[in-house]
Ligand binder design. Sequence first.
Ligand SMILES: Cc1ncc(COP(=O)(O)O)c(C=O)c1O
Length: 446
Amino acid sequence: MTPSTNDDTACAAEGTRAYWMPFTSNRRFKRDPILFDRAEGMHYFTPSGEKVLDAMAGLWCVNAGHAHPHITQAIAKQAGELDYAPSFQYGHPRAFELAERLVALAPQGIEQVFFTNSGSEAVDTALKVALAYHHARGQAGRTRLIGRERGYHGVGFGGVSVGGHAGHRKPFGNLLASVDHLPHTYNRAQTAFMRGEPIWGAHLADDLVRLVQLHDASTIAAVIIEPVAGSTGVLIPPAGYLRRLREICDEYGILLIFDEVITGFGRLGRAFGSDYFGVVPDMITCAKGLTNGCVPMGAVLVRDSVHDALMQGPLSTIELPHGYTYSGHPLACAAGLATLDVYAQEGLFGRAAAIAPAFADAVHSLQGLPHVADIRCIGLMAAIDFEPVAGKPGARSYACHRACLDAGVAIRMAGDGIVLSPPLVIAQQHIDQIVTTLRHAIAGLD
Ligand SMILES: Cc1ncc(COP(=O)(O)O)c(C=O)c1O
């Protein structure tokens, strides 16, 4: 440990030392902590009562807005009725009810739901289901998993292995064996400031054919990608790219997994990205907006044919030796059911679709400001990239984030840029506030 580490730790604000914060520059944060202690609708409130507009829906999850009374009341009621019940060889009605509701929302052909507690667990579960599926069908040699550069699939060993964020992989050694990656689809020279799906890049899907030729299809279990890569900067798939990946997977018997932890539940103005792009995968991983972020929960939505292949052997067989103590937790199920009610009753997916063009117009109006290198927007997701400062990666995004926060708007940094993903209940005045605040913050960047 270097002396500067000790000095940095000594600078921590009182009461902040014990909590080792996730994905946070802990020493920087603790010198100048940012705390929220209440939230409602589109806003957070700080302990001193300042109101902050949430332009990130928490962490891409509070799609129906904060503290929605229908959801919070459902959780409270559930806690008083059934706090916990195991999901191994027992059940409770809410888990079955939520699974049916999710199947009704999912693309046709996807009819099974496996509950987890997070997006990371959903990803690792989907990867294990893919391996078990091929094993059950007598193709146990299909163990290779294909991810994509600049993909983010959470923090489990499976998810990091198929993930394509170099910085997230580096400290953790070899990760899973038998993993390969497709190239990411971002090319600034070809697509900068393009609106919606880029018309360049569909050919990049053919790299999967190259990987099939390299490794042989008999070794490949599944391909996992985010329909729109979220955390690494809203990378929108080129028009036709996802359809081509589906065709190649079909041709070679490879399962296709869409990680919809961000794109699920209305972020693109439809229930799932799969609906938006008109391509149905074999499994969808989801979390976040599933419970409006109120109670941790994830899920894997699975095609019938994949599930059915595993339903073999005597009745006493545990067909998939996998699950979590809190899979289908009653509070999460209550939150999920109430969240789906709100999405339907308030027409939030349609509302997101209706306001998305105004959101895109506003964000794209920032083109031409100093240091702005690209802007991408789809549904209610947007990214603004800055030209990096030599030797200071992320400096402009941090400065922009702090300036916005000081002006009462919470945005998220992503590398040398920022991302926006507001709650679906956003209105025009919120869009105006976000973009005006960003305009000032960007104008002030060095
Ligand atoms: C696409 C994607 N997959 C997986 C995850 C991991 O989800 P969690 O943080 O709930 O484990 C995330 C989180 O942002 C995500 O964006």
